[in-house]
Design a protein around this ligand. Structure first.
Ligand SMILES: Cc1cc2nc3c(=O)[nH]c(=O)nc-3n(C[C@H](O)[C@H](O)[C@H](O)COP(=O)(O)OP(=O)(O)OC[C@H]3O[C@@H](n4cnc5c(N)ncnc54)[C@H](O)[C@@H]3O)c2cc1C
Length: 125
């Protein structure tokens, strides 16, 4: 666990939240480095407003996503889901103080419905 919660965008990441996120996805899948979190602040739409995420997490399965959502709800912190960040609407842009939930590690295809084209994806390892 992080011994001391870092300060991001002028506010401190709540230690309880940081601990809960590390418990949810593992410390290796939690990043608070401002240089890293800044990279997840916006998608490919340069004109849409964006904020700075407090924390970026990389869940690897559905249960981890649920645990992250529960932790953020308990802390009253907004979440922003994000795939590749290639959207062109600013819809994956962070708001200040958000937890950005990056889904790029959930890349194992579990099932494909050929009739509808729907895919069910989850963790790769
Ligand atoms: C150069 C370029 C070319 C493109 N060409 C095309 C094209 O030909 N056809 C086309 O259709 N699109 C195209 N796009 C648009 C882009 O690829 C699509 O918008 C893409 O589907 C975005 O997916 P993403 O995973 O990057 O989502 P993001 O940009 O990360 O997110 C898009 C939205 O979905 C939400 N979101 C992401 N994952 C989840 C989830 N698991 N659950 C709930 N919400 C979620 C985000 O919060 C956000 O609101 C292009 C984009 C670029 C940059």
């Amino acid at each position: 666990m992080h011994a001391t919660a870092p300060t991001v965008a002028g506010s401190r990441v709540p230690q309880d939240l940081l601990d809960a996120l590390c418990a949810a996805v593992g410390e290796a899948n939690v990043d608070v480095d401002p240089d890293v979190t800044a990279a997840y602040s916006r998608d490919m739409m340069p004109l849409a407003p964006s904020g700075k995420p407090l924390v970026v997490v990389f869940p690897t399965d559905t249960a981890q996503v649920a645990a992250v959502v529960r932790a953020c709800a308990a802390a009253g912190v907004p979440i922003v889901p994000r795939g590749a960040g290639s959207g062109l609407t600013g819809a994956a842009n962070a708001v200040d103080g958000a937890v950005t939930v990056v889904l790029t590690k959930m890349n194992r295809i579990l099932e494909i419905d050929e009739a509808t084209g729907w895919r069910w994806c989850s963790r790769a390892w």
